[in-house]
Design a protein around this ligand. Structure first.
Ligand code: 5GP
Ligand code: ZN
Length: 117
């Protein structure tokens, strides 16, 4: 399958891995927007949050089990998890992924939407 993140999981494309188990793979974002910016992804190709269902939801659950371990490994107590689902939300890679952001004090509110228009 021609999927960037499947290729990263398979080792075809190198990445800075921070965590891996049977269900979850996490690696540093190539273009970080925070001191800690990891991408946490299922090791099964699921295109986006809209495609999580009863058959594959174990992967989503395992991602949320892995997140605290990844945060601990990255030495952050506070973090933000973001999933962009769909084009208008900014999803550019069609393999489900959660941005794990930390290492900086973050704002909350309209300005944090990062609107482009
Ligand atoms: P999205 O915009 O789909 O929510 O997030 C995709 C993320 O993947 C972006 O933050 C982008 O920087 C990251 N990314 C794109 N290509 C690569 C790559 O080849 N390696 C890594 N480590 N990150 C990538
Ligand atoms: Zn994929």
């Amino acid at each position: 399958m021609d999927c960037l993140f499947c290729k990263i999981i398979g080792g075809e494309i190198p990445a800075d891995k921070v965590y891996e188990d049977d269900y979850v793979f996490a690696f540093r974002d190539i273009n970080p927007i925070a001191p800690v910016h990891d991408l946490v992804i299922p090791k099964k190709h699921i295109c986006c949050a809209n495609a999580v269902n009863a058959e594959n939801s174990e992967y989503a659950a395992r991602i949320f089990e892995a997140v605290p371990k990844i945060a601990k490994a990255e030495n952050i107590e506070s973090y933000r998890i973001i999933n962009n689902c769909g084009e208008d939300a900014g999803q550019s890679v069609m393999h489900l992924h959660f941005h794990l952001l930390g290492g900086v004090k973050m704002g909350w509110g309209e300005d944090s939407l990062g609107k482009t228009e």
